[in-house]
Each structure stands twice: as C-alpha cells, then as structure tokens.
Write a protein that binds this ligand. Structure first.
Ligand code: ADP
Ligand code: MG
Length: 300
C-alpha cells in the first residue's frame, strides 16, 4: 500500500472485535444491494484518501454490496487545459465545452482519471473495469439546454455539455453480477455519435435511479451543503433546496449535485447523501455505522 495505515495499537483487541461485529446489521441489511458512489473532490487527488477510498470500495464488494463508481475530474481537466493555455469557464456549475475542450475532457477522464481509479481499486484487491457512457450504449445524451436560473427565458450555449437522454444499464448489471466493480466516466454519445461532457453528479444520480440503487453517495470536497452562515445542513428537502437556490446560498458545482440528488430521491433511491470526501474511509463510516455524515437529501 502506498499509505501507512493508522496506528490502532492503543485500541484493545476486544474493542476492535466489537467494532467489527457492530457492522454486521448493516452488512446484512445491504447485502446484494447496489450503491452508486460519485467519486469527486479531494478524495480523488490526495494519495492517502485515494487509497482509503479504494479499500472501502473493495471491502464493500467483498461483503456482498455492489458498489458502482462514477467519477468526476474537474481539477484534472483544469490542469490539462492550463497546459495547453486554456482556462475553464463555468455557467451555473456547467463547464463550457467547445470542441477542443471536449477532446481534453475525453482523454483526461477516460484515459487518465478512470484508469487511475481502476488501478487503485485493483491494487486494493478488487476487480475494477473502466467504462465511459459509450461502452455498451450506457449513456445516450443530447445537447443541454441551460436556462438562466433566475430568468428561464434566457438560454446559455455551453457547447458540448450533455444532458442525459436515457441510460441502458445492461453492461453495468452484467459486470456487477460477475464480481467486477464498474468505474464510469461521465461521457455520453448523441444520435450522430457525437460526444457529450456530462456532469458526473447527473450521471451518478440517473444511474442510481435506473438501477434502483439502495443508496447514492456523493463524495465532495466540503462537509456537505452549507447554509448562509457556513453551518452544515444535515437534512434537506426538495422545497428547502428550491429556497436555498433562489436566495443564492447554493451555487456553482452544488447546483447540479443537488438537482441530481433530488431527482434520485424522488425516483425511489432510498437514501441520498452528500458526504465529505476529506474524511478517510467516509464510505465505510456512512454505510456500515450509525454515524450520520454530511447532508441527507429527502424527496419531501
Ligand atoms: P465535486 O467534485 O464534488 O463535484 P464541485 O466543486 O462541483 O465539487 O461542487 C462542490 C462545491 O460547491 C463546493 O466546494 C463549494 O465551493 C460549492 N458550493 C456552492 N454552494 C454551496 C453550499 N451552499 N454548500 C456547500 N458547497 C457549496
Ligand atoms: Mg462537480
């Protein structure tokens, strides 16, 4: 392993056994269930957090839970754009994607980021398989119509940013039934075989809906959704989210994240959580303990 595990020698052996035993009810409850995990934020760039994430995903798989990873890659795309002298621009949390940017998005996400994650998971003892939305016809998309959030008569052209038309989960199901862990890059294809850059939160949410996932967990670079004073909001309903968007408390990357989260909650995903990817092993904490983390999103 590339990181040193925490020194736990101060914890009595009996206590360690007790801690492990307390995961049993959660393992029993979630055995055979699908969990869609949006992997983003710092958990994706810090080596120790990366290794902890990969271990969690493998552990979940080995206790009979089916993790499906959808990854982002904002910082990595920005870095690659900077190398060719381009600066990323965003409108309402969406990356304006011209043809050249689309090329960069495809090679960074599918070529670099996805394969790094596959490597990490496999190194931790799992069998990860990387996919884009093209593989197996997974994600059909069309050009996104982005309307101004305050004035819906105003429309923005964000280039090759896609919105999801439909998801065909057959390839994901085939892999997960076969002990593999799918790792999905958020790239879709259109009716003329053109590529679309899709916000990873939206792909994760739609996939969770279509797969009737038990949980959708979105790892991010902040402790959850914060109010105007910067305090963590542990619980949010659709109506409260509308208010927070309207008064400007929620902006940027949190907009598509919450739009996806609400959709998933309304469409039958049992639990939707936005959680702090800076906390080591946050996935195990969220899934296998009674500890609540970050912000839970409820349909009503
Ligand atoms: P990710 O990689 O998790 O998708 P994003 O940058 O797309 O990260 O989205 C998370 C960011 O959203 C936060 O780092 C923060 O800057 C921004 N944000 C905007 N409004 C809020 C809010 N009310 N609470 C928390 N974060 C917010
Ligand atoms: Mg984002």
């Amino acid at each position: 392993m590339s990181h040193t595990p925490l020194d736990l020698s101060h914890i009595a052996v009996r206590d360690k056994a007790e801690i492990l035993a307390q995961a049993l009810p959660y393992i029993r409850k979630f055995h055979g269930k699908t969990m869609v995990i949006k992997y983003g934020g710092n958990a994706m760039t810090d080596p120790a957090l990366q290794a902890a994430f990969a271990e969690d995903v493998v552990l979940l798989k080995l206790v009979g839970i089916n993790p499906i990873v959808v990854h982002g890659g904002g910082p990595q795309i920005d870095e690659a754009l900077a190398r060719i002298g381009k600066k990323g621009t965003f409108i309402q949390g969406m990356r304006v994607t011209d043809a050249e940017t689309m090329g960069v998005v495809e090679w960074v996400l599918a070529g670099e980021v996805q394969q790094d994650i596959v490597g990490l998971i496999n190194h931790a003892g799992g069998k990860a398989v990387g996919l884009t939305g093209r593989d197996g016809g997974l994600v059909r998309a069309r050009k996104m119509k982005l309307l101004d959030k305050d004035d819906p008569t105003k429309e923005y052209d964000v280039g090759q940013v896609g919105e999801i038309d439909s998801i065909d989960p057959a390839v994901v199901k085939a892999l997960q039934d076969d002990a593999f862990i799918p790792v999905i890059s958020p790239i879709g294809f259109g009716e003329h075989n053109e590529s679309y850059n899709i916000n990873a939160d939206l792909v994760a949410s739609k996939l969770a809906e279509v797969l009737k996932a038990e949980k959708l967990l979105m790892l991010t670079n902040i402790s959850g959704v914060l109010d105007k004073q910067g305090q963590l909001l542990t619980d949010l309903t659709s109506r409260r989210i509308d208010e927070l968007v309207a008064d400007g408390t929620i902006s940027g990357g949190m907009l598509p994240k919450l739009a996806g989260a609400i959709d998933a909650a309304k469409c039958g995903v049992n639990a939707v959580h936005i959680i702090d990817g800076r906390v080591p092993h946050v996935l195990l904490l969220e899934i296998l303990t009674d500890q609540a983390f970050g912000t839970m999103i409820r349909a009503r």
